[in-house]
Design a protein around this ligand. Structure first.
Ligand code: KIV
Length: 254
């Protein structure tokens, strides 16, 4: 018998029960299917797709067409996990555009959408949630803004202004009704504070152990993108090394 489909309410309930939420990215059918079979409850077709699948230097090159294509593939592989997709760079510059593109991702199979930003995108978030589409926020280091940061992925929340901005962004997303919020490269103390103060589930990435859940870019975890691995990732498998060995064995045996 198959287990029931995970819902946003299930993830909030996991927060209340203090049950850690495992979340991973998936960009294709076989990966989504494997992660679903492993019981990972939350999947994301992240726009990290741009780097780890499409070979771009950062996420700003990813288009709606890319996201729709990969969301369709990953959604086909998902039975139980809640799977969502990122709105890519400049796909949510206005509330109308955000809603239009969120609907396209839902049509491709996303059960929630995620976008980067806090109070500054509140009208867009309200438009999406108002139309009945579950929403996940993303605050802290915003990869779509990496070029404005001089190309560096910097930790957020270290000074008073950064701390206050994170709390204000979290309050805006909570008020709008985000069911979860990704905290990327937020200081562990501020991530803990946000986790304790707000009802949404916090999903950390490089933000310490006290978030309600943790998300990683799957190729970082399993080593299928060996050319760069963030410092905070503890790699569980070096798949690239295994692939290289296997191909070498096959080639030498020809
Ligand atoms: O694009 C992505 O993969 C993400 C996760 C790292 C949270 O936004």
């Amino acid at each position: 018998m198959s287990s029931p489909k995970i819902t946003p309410a299930d993830l909030r309930a996991m927060k209340v029960r203090r049950e850690k939420i495992a979340a991973l990215t998936a960009y294709d059918y076989p990966t989504a299917k494997l992660l679903d079979e492993c019981g990972v409850p939350l999947l994301l077709v992240g726009d990290s797709l741009g780097m780890v699948v499409l070979g771009y230097p950062n996420t700003t090159h990813v288009t709606m067409a890319d996201m729709e294509h990969h969301t369709r593939a990953a959604a086909r592989g998902t039975t139980r996990a809640l799977i969502g997709a990122d709105l890519p760079f400049h796909a949510y510059d206005s509330p109308d555009q955000a809603l239009d593109n969120a609907r396209k991702l839902v049509a491709a199979g996303a059960q929630y959408v995620k976008a980067e930003g806090g109070r500054e995108i509140l009208p867009q978030v309200r438009a999406i949630i108002g139309a009945g589409i579950p929403f996940v926020g993303h605050i802290g280091m915003l990869p779509q803004h990496v070029l404005e940061e001089g190309g560096k992925y910097r930790i957020k929340g270290r000074d008073d202004a950064g701390h206050a901005k994170l709390l204000d962004d979290a309050a805006a997303l909570a008020e709008a009704g985000a069911f979860a919020v990704v905290l990327e490269l937020v200081t562990p103390a501020v991530a803990k504070e946000i986790t304790e103060r707000f009802p949404f589930a916090t999903i950390g990435i490089g933000s310490g152990p006290d978030c309600d859940g943790q998300i990683l870019v799957t190729p970082d975890l399993i080593g299928t993108y060996p050319w760069f691995t963030p410092k905070f990732v503890k790699q569980e498998l070096n798949a690239a090394a295994q692939i290289r060995e296997a191909i070498g064995r096959w080639k030498n045996a020809l």
